[in-house]
Design a protein around this ligand. Sequence first.
Ligand SMILES: [Zn+2]
Length: 340
Amino acid sequence: MWTGDAFLERLYVEAGLTRAAAAAGLPPDLRRERLLESVKESLGAWERQSEIGCSVMEEESECDGYSRSRVELSVVPDLSFGAYILKPAGAAGKLPGVIAVHGHGYGSRQICGMQANGAKTVGKPDIHNQFAVQLVRRGMIVIAPDVIGFGERRMQADVDRDADAPSSCYRMATQLLMLGRTLTGLRVAEMLGALEAFAGMREVDPERIGIVGFSGGALIAFLTAALDTRLRASVLIGFPNTFKDSIMAVHHCVCNFTPGVLTQAELPELMGLIAPRPLFLESGERDPIFPAAGFLRAADDLRSIYRSRQAEEALSFDLFPGGHEVSGRRSFDWLKDRLS
Ligand SMILES: [Zn+2]
């Protein structure tokens, strides 16, 4: 008799028992500290350049209500990446800053009002809803780094095979797993370096930096925020859920999977590592890959975590009418208020 489904279900339940046993009797602060350590371990230690490289690739050009420039950053040796800097027009002094992390797609241009070839986006916005542009128009300076594996940062072998290859997630994630590492770990290491470079920029107030991530970008965003308290407020879109209801229930890119993570924590407890700092969770009620039922379960768990830290008012939610996409109808103004 084939019982594969029941078998996997049993392993999931057993992982839950392992988590409960590890947490039993531990004071919450110690549990949190241990969880952070295990998260760092699962992401892997990445060699960092002694000094993060940051040079201007494209000088400022004027857009509608903001200026755009491009810098090249280098965090992990032998890798460099581009990032757009969007600055509100007429802004003076130090500004609140936001790191905008795109999801699967063609890279930072997708959230900065551009097509893949750099031309201005015309017509209805796609699921990323040009969210970096929406943020700069609210008076925040934005950095939008290119996440490794997408757009210009796809591997040559993938582009040679198919110039329109959507990503290099598969090739990169599987090869890193063979080396005992994860693509998520590499992406987070680069994002932590981008934060450091951004915090040091003349126009950025290092005391008022937030992060916004969509879908796979929210995976990177929440881990970066959990690991670096310089991020004062976080908006996670099209991602907050339980592992059980989302990446374990629906087909997802291999870049979402971290070996052993379920023996450490379910996703809501991991996102709760951001507490008591402000956190906004946003999801579409018809999102097929991060379903609403799982979003509501995660919201309940996070409410308990924030309540236990006397910080319930720092947590907000929006389950908006829509699918797997960015809305921003409440979250972007919330972020602006939190960083003001
Ligand atoms: Zn992926």
